[in-house]
Design a protein around this ligand. Structure first.
Ligand code: PLP
Length: 402
């Protein structure tokens, strides 16, 4: 028999969302009449909009015709890379600085192989679990004790610091994960805050992995949608993004990463060249069909659909925010983000999760699953059908659960 990978054995607990699903299943089995509503996971619920859907159908049609058939397309459609560059980055990058992928999560996993197990890591706390769990699997996180993993510097983001962390604790030569709009807190960093982040990365010779998966939820035009809105970011940041939350591509799978050629390792080697090597070794290119869907999503008609879809989820977020306000629950997020982060002082997140499930039959996400500073918080997700969100809000307001 082979020995288990010791890094996997180092994972503290099961991945958060399977654990929530298990608890939901157990509750449903013991309460077969309960009509459970999920405001828990960040999975999209609304169907693809017509123009984007037609782009996918066209992509499939092309594969069925000898004249337009295509096989492996490692680097991604040139036309799509040009569109991404124009639409999101003001044409700032060359085509070979844009890498089309099967999604931001997959890219984050592969990016960790770029830096290896000896890299120091800094994460916002709370944060999307993949940054920490991926670092554990790659061996970079070190040993676990009650305060967290020894190889990870946690950057607490709390109401007290308005969800922007103290950057002075970031060590020299760190890989810094930063997500804005943030999952789970829904907080969005302002331009001057991202300028401080870039400044700190440059002065500590660190690299930022900027996760912009929710950038299309930003409605306040003063808030940056990309780290490259900040001068100097091209020397210290990689960005990942995706069509999952903006176009409903969670099941279609399409994302991208930006690795500027100006970004270098401490020895002067090109990060872009190594990333190209890793992608061509560990990944065989995104689905051609999905890329045609993305082309449609970035056309004039498709962009109107992106706005309509994100507006729909933002309206759900507003309804949840409204209910929380009526209940005098302290909340953040929900205005430029699909997540609402609700505080329950003095209580443990899993206890609040349990109470909302048992009394209201609503699944939420316990904040402690996102990191130590998430304790006493609950994340409400705005991904849901309108009638489910309305019914959930009604239950939260009428059932005596607090
Ligand atoms: N990044 C963040 C912050 C997320 O919340 C998620 C999904 O929930 C992802 C990335 C995953 O994106 P994708 O579907 O493109 O893999």
């Amino acid at each position: 028999m082979l020995k288990r990978n010791i890094h996997i054995a180092n994972l503290k607990a099961g991945y958060l969302f399977p654990e929530i699903a298990r608890r939901r299943r157990d509750f449903a089995e013991s309460h077969p009449d309960a009509k459970i509503i999920s405001l828990g996971v960040g999975n999209t619920t609304e169907p693809l909009l017509p123009h984007i859907c037609e782009g996918l159908v066209e992509g499939a049609r092309r594969l069925g015709n000898v004249k337009t058939y295509s096989g492996y397309m490692d680097e991604g459609l040139e036309e799509l890379r040009v569109l991404i560059n124009n639409v999101f980055y003001n044409s700032q990058f060359a085509a070979d600085e844009i890498f089309i992928s099967d999604g931001a999560k997959c890219d984050i996993g592969r990016l960790q192989t770029l830096f290896g197990k000896d890299v120091k890591t800094a994460v916002q706390d709370p944060s999307y679990p993949v940054y920490v769990d991926g670092s554990v699997i790659s061996g970079a996180a070190g040993a676990w004790d009650d305060s967290g993993y020894s190889g990870i510097t946690y950057l607490p983001c709390t109401p007290e610091n308005e969800y922007f962390p103290d950057l002075s604790v970031i060590k020299t030569g760190s890989l810094i994960y930063f997500c804005s709009p943030n999952n789970p807190t829904g907080a969005v960093a302002a331009k001057d805050q991202l300028s401080l982040l870039v400044k700190r990365a440059l002065e500590t010779n660190s690299i930022i992995i900027f996760d912009a998966a929710y950038s299309e939820y930003i409605r306040d035009s003063s808030l940056p949608k990309t780290i490259y809105a900040i001068a100097g970011a091209e020397n210290c940041a990689i960005e990942v993004n995706s069509f999952s939350k903006s176009a409903g591509f969670t099941g279609v799978r399409l994302g991208w990463s930006i690795v500027p050629k100006t970004l270098k390792f401490s020895g002067g080697e090109s990060v872009n060249a190594d990333w190209a090597r890793i992608q061509s070794t560990l990944f065989n290119g995104a689905s051609n069909i999905a890329q045609f869907g993305a082309l449609a999503a970035l056309s004039g008609e498709g962009r109107k659909e992106l706005t309509a879809l994100t507006d729909f989820y933002l309206e759900n977020a507003r309804l949840i925010q409204n209910a929380a306000q009526q209940l005098s629950i302290e909340c953040t997020g929900g205005s430029n983000s699909p997540y609402i982060w609700a505080r329950f002082p003095g209580e443990e997140s899993w206890d609040v999760f349990k109470r909302i499930l048992e009394k209201c039959h609503i699944v939420t996400t316990p904040g402690s699953g996102f990191g130590p500073s998430g304790e006493s918080f609950i994340r409400f997700s705005a991904f849901g059908h309108r009638e489910s969100v309305e019914e959930a809000c009604k239950r939260l307001l009428t059932v005596n659960w607090r």
